[in-house]
Design a protein around this ligand. Structure first.
Ligand code: PMV
Length: 328
């Protein structure tokens, strides 16, 4: 009998053209396509083991058995595979998150991509990463993009089977990122709630969707030209336009904190000094600085005049999902 065990590593990603809003809440179909950069420094390792003697799924995170509530999230995800394949049975899922808490980054992207990958290995499925990404998507939208390395597009698609990730470019040129960790506390408005409120109430929302489509075309051209400055300019305006939709929601809200604005000013000052540096911000206060990998350490040094060393993390682009056969 084949072994029913499989393990995978997936890296987190940062969107340069944001996913901000769903057109289908259950299937996680987005209103617009998005594009991200996969990051080498942050990843999740996950192992899935289908065991005959279980009467429910088990979930361990960083070696600790998780609550019923957390395990239910994993079970709902495993149900997607059970339903698709018409199988029964339960699994033991073990995950290790290498996303430093100080980075204040969401780990759901790497978590669900790694889990989807470990499901594929443990069930011996002959599925492409594109197909797998449609399953990762159902765990967390941003997880769609974490199946590939480098620059990745999540094409919004027309249905659940073609709303998937596409590899755009391996980013194996002068690309880097410096994370400015502002606050690691759990955010007050989750990305899910924030999107829903914005889609339902922000009069800027339809313009955001329209503009994002233009931004996507432009950024793909800039990536093809390996023009990091142009990529940064587009990413920065796209991020700010996303945040503008939240300010116009009812009730209005923002993910920015005072230090977020301070970080923005620091990035602008870096540009005045001649560095290629552009910021992007997700559904939280942290600021991510897209830059040339060759300037990363100098940029970090400049930023350390304003931020502490443990608030600053540098990273190069990360790889696609990889199988961890030594753990199987
Ligand atoms: O997939 P979620 O629910 O973590 O949402 C991600 C939303 C943003 O980070 C703001 C944008 C993005 O495309 O990752």
């Amino acid at each position: 009998m084949q072994k029913r065990i499989g393990a995978c590593r997936a890296h987190t990603n940062i969107a340069l053209i944001k996913y901000w809003g769903k057109r289908d809440q259950t299937l996680f179909l987005p209103t617009s396509s998005s594009l991200s950069l996969t990051l080498n420094a942050f990843y999740t390792d996950t192992r899935v083991q289908w065991l005959d003697n279980l009467s429910n799924d088990l979930f361990y995170l960083n070696g600790e058995k998780q609550s019923k509530e957390e395990t239910n999230k994993i079970s709902r995800f495993l149900d997607l595979f059970r339903d698709e394949l018409g199988i029964n049975g339960y699994a033991k899922v073990e995950s290790y998150n290498h996303v430093p808490t100080a980075a204040g980054l969401a780990s759901s992207a790497s978590a669900f991509a790694a889990l989807a990958g470990a499901c594929r290995e443990s069930l011996h499925l002959d599925w492409s990463n594109e197909k797998l990404s449609t399953f990762a998507r159902r765990g967390s939208g941003s997880a769609t993009r974490s199946v590939y390395g480098g620059f990745v597009e999540w094409n919004k698609g027309t249905s659940s089977v073609d709303s998937k990730a596409i590899a755009i470019d391996d980013a194996n040129w002068d690309v880097g990122m410096v994370i400015i960790a502002i606050n690691k506390a759990k955010k007050k408005v989750s990305s899910r709630e924030g999107m829903q409120l914005t889609v339902a109430t922000s009069p800027f929302y339809s313009q955001w969707v329209e503009q994002s489509e233009q931004d996507l075309i432009a950024i793909k051209e800039a990536i093809a030209n390996q023009d990091i400055q142009r990529v940064g300019e587009i990413a920065e305006t796209n991020a700010m336009r996303m945040h503008a939709t939240t300010l116009a929601a009812n009730p209005p809200f923002t993910y920015f904190e005072p230090e977020t604005l301070q970080a923005i000013a620091s990035v602008q000052a870096l540009r005045e000094k001649g560095f290629t540096a552009y910021y992007t911000i997700d559904a939280g206060p942290n600021v991510k600085v897209l830059c040339k990998a060759s300037e990363m350490s100098q940029i970090k040094q400049h930023l350390s005049e304003t931020f502490t060393n443990d608030q600053l993390i540098t990273t190069t682009p990360g790889d696609a999902l990889t199988r961890l056969d030594h753990w199987e």
